[in-house]
Design a protein around this ligand. Structure first.
Ligand code: ZN
Ligand code: ZN
Ligand code: ZN
Ligand code: ZN
Length: 559
C-alpha cells in the first residue's frame, strides 16, 4: 500500500507485514512515513536539556527537564512518586463536540509532571533517564556508573568522560561503541582492550594508536608493530598540545576512510536489517537494538518482542505499537513513557496501570479516560465512542500529535537524529523552545587564549568561564573533569558538551538504510576475480569511502 506522508509529503510504502501487524493490533495504517514517525515519537523525549526551577509543590529549587515558565506544575521526582497527590483528581469529562487532542492538551496543562527520571542517583543531580549512578554529571540513559560525566547510553563504567554507547569500561575518554575497555581515548567499536588512542574495531589489543580492525595485538601504530618506546613517544606527542591533538584527529579520520567494514554492526543476529544490533531475530529497521524478536522500526530498544514503531523501550515490552519509552509493557499503542502498564492507548507517563485511554501521570489505575475514573462497562463504551470520533477526525492510528509535547523539538532527541531549524520545525507542527538554558558572551577566557597544554592548567580553571568554539555557548570545567584531564594528560576541550556529543555522533552511522552490494574484489575469495555480488541493507551511504563488505568477505579478512 502506498501513502503520502502528511509531514514530508513523500510517498512511503506500507508493506504486507506492516498491515498484518496493524490488523493484529486493531490499528489503522499510519499517515506518516517511518522517519517522520520516529521524529514524532522522539519530540517527546528530552534527555539532556536541563533547567533550574522550583518544585511546584514544595517550592524548593530543583533540576528539571522543564524551564520555570511551564503552564503545568512540575514536582520534584521524590514528591511526584509520593502518595499525597493523585492524577485522577485532575480528571475531566470527554466532550464529543471538540477535537480529542485539544482536550488532551487541557489535561496536560493541569497534571503535575515529574522533574526528571533519575532513580537512586547519589550525588548525581544533573542526570536523566538513568538509574543507580554515583558522582555522575550530565550523563543520560545511564546505569550503574561512578565518577562519569557527559554522554549517552553509558553503562556500568567508572571514570568515563565524553562517551556514547559504552559499557563496562574504566578511564574512557571520547569513545563510542566500546565495551570492556580500560584507559582508551578517541576510539570506536573496540572491545576488551587497553591503552588505545584513535583506534577502530579492535579486539583484545593493547597499546595501539591509529589502528584498525586488529585482533590480539599490542604496540601497533598505523597497524604496524612498533617498540614500546615508539608507542610512548607517539602518545606523548599526540597529547602534548591541543594543536597536536587536532592534527591527530584529522590523521585518524583519513586513515579510517580506508578501512574494511562489515555492512552492518550485527552480532548474533538472524534475519535482521538495521545497525548496531545484538542478538536480534526477525527484526527489520532496528537501530541500537538488543535481544529483539519480530520487530520493525525500532531504536534504542532491548528485549522487545512483537513490536512495531518503538523508541527507547526496555524490559520486555510485548505487542506494542508506536510507543516512546517503556519498561515492561503489554498491548500499548501510540503512547509515551509507559511503565509496567498494559492495554492502554494515547497516554503519557502511566505507571502500573491497565486499560487507560488518553491519560497522563497516573499510578496504579484502571479504566480511566482523560484521567477520570469509570467502571469497566462505561470505559469500554466511551473508549469506542472516542475512537470513532478520532477516526472521523482522521487522527486515530497516528502518534500523539507534537503540539501537545511538553518540549520544544530542539530540546529533544528528535533534533539529534533529524536536525531542523526553528522555521522548519514550526512548519511541520513541532514546538520550539526559544529560551534554552545556558549563557553566551560571559566567558572569562577567550577561545584563542585557552591553554594549549594540560601542564599549564591550574585549579584556577574551575573559576573560569570558557566558550565553545562552535556554538559560542559558555561552559565550565568541573573538578572531576579537571582531575581526569590531569591524570590522563589530555588538553582541555574547546567545545561545550553538546557540541562534543554532536561530533561523536557524527562518527556513528545514521539511522537510515541504503541497498548496496559488497565492494570486495579479493581474488582468493569464493567470487574469484569477479567482484562479490552479495547485496545488503547498510547504514553506510553510497558516498562513503570505507570498503563495505558482506558478512562472508568480511569474515575472511577480519576475524
Ligand atoms: Zn515523512
Ligand atoms: Zn557548542
Ligand atoms: Zn562479499
Ligand atoms: Zn570477497
Amino acid at each position: 500500500m502506498q501513502k503520502i506522508c502528511k509531514t514530508c509529503k513523500k510517498d512511503f510504502e506500507i508493506e504486507q507485514d506492516d498491515l498484518n501487524f496493524y490488523e493484529k493490533m486493531k490499528a489503522p495504517a499510519p499517515n506518516y512515513c517511518p522517519d517522520c514517525r520516529v521524529a514524532r515519537r522522539l519530540c517527546f523525549r528530552n534527555e539532556r536539556t536541563l533547567y533550574k526551577r522550583t518544585c511546584s509543590k514544595s517550592g524548593k529549587p530543583i533540576v528539571s527537564l522543564y524551564p520555570p515558565n511551564t503552564p503545568f506544575p512540575v514536582y520534584d521526582q521524590h514528591i511526584w512518586w509520593g502518595d499525597d497527590w493523585d492524577g485522577v483528581d485532575y480528571g475531566q469529562d470527554y466532550d464529543p463536540s471538540r477535537p480529542f487532542f485539544e482536550q488532551w492538551l487541557e489535561l496536560r496543562n493541569k497534571v503535575p509532571r515529574i522533574s526528571l527520571l533519575n532513580i537512586d542517583g547519589i550525588n548525581s543531580d544533573y542526570v536523566n533517564n538513568s538509574e543507580d549512578n554515583k558522582n555522575c554529571y550530565l550523563i543520560f540513559g545511564a546505569q550503574k556508573n561512578e565518577d562519569s560525566m557527559y554522554g549517552r547510553l553509558v553503562y556500568r563504567s567508572k571514570f568515563a568522560i565524553d562517551n556514547d554507547f559504552v559499557q563496562d569500561s574504566e578511564f574512557l575518554y571520547e569513545c563510542i561503541d566500546c565495551r570492556k575497555c580500560y584507559n582508551c581515548m578517541f576510539s570506536d567499536g573496540c572491545e576488551t582492550s587497553m591503552d588505545l588512542i584513535f583506534c577502530f574495531n579492535l579486539r583484545n589489543c593493547q597499546n595501539c594508536i591509529f589502528s584498525i580492525n586488529l585482533r590480539n595485538k599490542s604496540y601497533h601504530i598505523l597497524n604496524q608493530p612498533v617498540s614500546k618506546e615508539e608507542y610512548e613517544k607517539k602518545k606523548k606527542e599526540i597529547l602534548s598540545s591541543n594543536k597536536k591533538l587536532a592534527e591527530a584527529k584529522k590523521e585518524y579520520e583519513k586513515f579510517k576512510k580506508e578501512a574494511i567494514v562489515k555492512f552492518s554492526h550485527q552480532v548474533k543476529c538472524k534475519n535482521a536489517t538495521g545497525d548496531y544490533m545484538y542478538n536480534c531475530h526477525d527484526t527489520t529497521h532496528g537501530f541500537d537494538a538488543e535481544n529483539t524478536k519480530n520487530c520493525k522500526y525500532v531504536g534504542d530498544t532491548e528485549g522487545t518482542i512483537d513490536c512495531w514503531d518503538m523508541n527507547n523501550t526496555y524490559y520486555k515490552p510485548e505487542l506494542n505499537l508506536d510507543v516512546m519509552g517503556t519498561l515492561q509493557t503489554y498491548n500499548i499503542k501510540h503512547s509515551v513513557y509507559m511503565m509496567y502498564t498494559s492495554n492502554s492507548e494515547y497516554s503519557e507517563s502511566l505507571h502500573n496501570c491497565d486499560s487507560c485511554f488518553g491519560c497522563l501521570g497516573l499510578k496504579k489505575k484502571k479504566y480511566c479516560i482523560l484521567n477520570k475514573q469509570y467502571t469497566k462497562e462505561e470505559y469500554e463504551k466511551l473508549k469506542e465512542e472516542i475512537i470513532e470520533n478520532m477516526k472521523k477526525e482522521g487522527v486515530y492510528g497516528d502518534f500523539i500529535p507534537p503540539f501537545v509535547s511538553a518540549f520544544g523539538y530542539n530540546e529533544t532527541l528528535a533534533q539529534e537524529y533529524f536536525p531542523i531549524n526553528e522555521k522548519e520545525a514550526k512548519e511541520k507542527g513541532f514546538n520550539w523552545q526559544s529560551e534554552t538554558s545556558g549563557t553566551y558572551g560571559k566567558e572569562t577566557i577567550k577561545e584563542e587564549n585557552m591553554p594549549e597544554t594540560i601542564e599549564e592548567v591550574t585549579e584556577d580553571i574551575l573559576n573560569q568561564v570558557l566558550v565553545c568554539k562552535d556554538c559560542k555557548k559558555n561552559f565550565r570545567i568541573t573538578k572531576g573533569e579537571f582531575d581526569f584531564y590531569k591524570r590522563m594528560i589530555i588538553p582541555l576541550p574547546h567545545k561545550d558538551f553538546e557540541c562534543r556529543n554532536h561530533d561523536r555522533m557524527k562518527n556513528r552511522n545514521p539511522r537510515k538504510l541504503w541497498h548496496r552490494s559488497c565492494l570486495c574484489k579479493i581474488e582468493s575469495h569464493i567470487h574469484g576475480s569477479k567482484k562479490c555480488e552479495n547485496e545488503f541493507e547498510t547504514a553506510y551511504s553510497p558516498d562513503r569511502d570505507e570498503k563495505v563488505y558482506c558478512e562472508q568477505c568480511y569474515q575472511q579478512e577480519i576475524y
